[in-house]
Write a protein that binds this ligand. Structure first.
Ligand code: NI
Length: 135
């Protein structure tokens, strides 16, 4: 029997979607407003899902406090109020689309979650646009 435990979190960040090897017109053609050279921000909402069996000793799949602190140290502290392109090393050579951000988040969290548990991450870039990654 497995149960999924989920924790919501939030960060604000700026980004710009562009390829440096393309000119401004080509970037605007593909990325539209998100290619704005002056950057723009999003209020990202994040849901981290951990699935596993219930520990009979604690009754937990995962300690929510531990999960909360992990999301804070690995994701919020690294991304919140940052310019993703300029200040987050993972995006130095990676376009910070929602798709790439959710994979980076998953990769940062995975080593800290017990290997017998499944990790999934849902990332909302806007209330209507979201991505989901399970590894
Ligand atoms: Ni954007």
């Amino acid at each position: 029997m497995s149960v999924t435990v989920s924790r919501k979190a939030h960060f604000n960040a700026a980004h710009r979607l562009y390829r440096p090897d393309w000119d401004d017109a080509a970037n605007e053609e593909v990325f539209g407003k998100c290619a704005n050279p002056y950057y723009h921000g999003h209020n990202y909402d994040l849901i981290v899902h951990v699935t596993g069996t219930i520990d009979p000793t604690t009754g937990y799949v995962v300690d929510m406090k531990v999960l909360k602190d992990l999301i804070k140290s690995e994701i919020e502290d690294a991304f919140d109020h940052k310019n993703l392109n300029e200040q987050v090393p993972e995006f130095k050579n990676l376009i910070p689309t929602a798709e790439n951000i959710v994979v980076v988040i998953w990769d940062k969290l995975r080593p800290h979650i017990d290997s017998d548990k499944k990790l999934a991450v849902t990332l909302y870039e806007t209330p209507r646009n979201y991505v989901h990654y399970e590894g």
